[in-house]
Design a protein around this ligand. Structure first.
Ligand SMILES: C[S@@+](CC[C@H](N)C(=O)[O-])C[C@H]1O[C@@H](n2cnc3c(N)ncnc32)[C@H](O)[C@@H]1O
Length: 249
């Protein structure tokens, strides 16, 4: 298969798909972090018509994430940036490519374009991390979890010794215990403090997720023809923490 990984500088999905013998190109305004790979540094819109069989797209979420939209009414020009970001997403979703997956955090793509087909979490793919990620799919099956990691149960900001899901003696179970993962503070916020490259640190695709879509979607390429999306849907995995507050880059 000829595969385009749009808006990727880390090379993680590129390398994962390459393991299955595919011809893969990553594309980003940024140089490829791994230096050597098959990477186009430039605008992905220029190369959408390259005869691709599959595109995986990681659109930046800055002007789309639900958690940042409240700034649109208070920051001149920001609402226009959201409109431009939505237009970019439409161009990606309507690209002349038979199979497309677009990933983004919980964002206004859901209300302005269409609801995602699936919401996944890195902890469903062997990663000790929480980050709700939506997938919009064209002619691809839902991604199946590969390995569930259970975060430690916390209540009232403290770990529960006995993993008692009914809460802690402090609140006598009034508050609900919450699973906390390696990338979170005890209250569920992202641990990474402000820094110049925070967006980069937070936006790299998790290796466990890259491995899963390469394994599951690369296989699709060897089937005959393209099944309808309805026929290709598998059982929707259970998703917790759907609206985790971790979607602003
Ligand atoms: C949220 S990051 C995704 C990072 C990705 N998950 C990875 O592991 O490398 C979004 C990336 O999209 C890139 N980008 C935005 N618009 C683009 C465009 N028109 N063409 C190519 N890359 C673009 C940005 O430079 C940024 O690196």
């Amino acid at each position: 298969m000829k595969i385009l990984i749009a808006c990727e500088y880390s090379g993680r999905s590129r390398r994962a798909f390459e393991q299955y013998g595919h011809e893969v190109l990553s594309c980003d305004f940024e140089p490829a972090e791994d230096g050597a790979g098959n990477h186009y540094q430039g605008d992905v819109l220029e190369i959408l018509e390259g005869g691709w069989d599959l595109m995986l797209a990681h659109r930046p979420c800055t002007y789309l994430a639900v958690s940042g939209l409240h700034w649109n009414g208070r920051t001149p020009g920001r609402a226009q940036k959201t409109e431009e970001a939505l237009e970019f997403v439409r161009k990606l979703l309507n690209a002349p490519i038979p199979r497309i997956a677009l990933e983004n955090p919980v964002s206004c793509i859901s209300t302005r374009i269409r609801k995602p087909d699936q919401v996944i979490q890195p902890w469903q793919f062997g990663e000790d991390a929480s980050k709700a990620t939506c997938l919009w799919l064209k002619n691809l099956p839902l991604l199946q979890p590969t390995k569930i990691i259970d975060g430690k149960l916390y209540c009232c900001g403290k770990p529960l010794e006995n993993d008692d899901k009914y809460g802690c003696p402090n609140c006598h179970g009034e508050k609900k215990a919450k699973r906390i993962y390696g990338n979170q503070t005890p209250t569920g916020q992202n641990k990474l403090g402000p820094s110049e490259d925070r967006w980069k640190e937070r936006s790299r695709t998790y290796e466990g997720i890259a491995a899963a879509w390469a394994a599951q979607w690369a296989e699709i390429g060897v089937s005959n023809g393209i099944a309808s999306r309805e026929n290709m849907q598998f059982r929707q995995p259970v998703v917790f923490d759907l609206f985790g507050a971790d979607c602003v880059s």
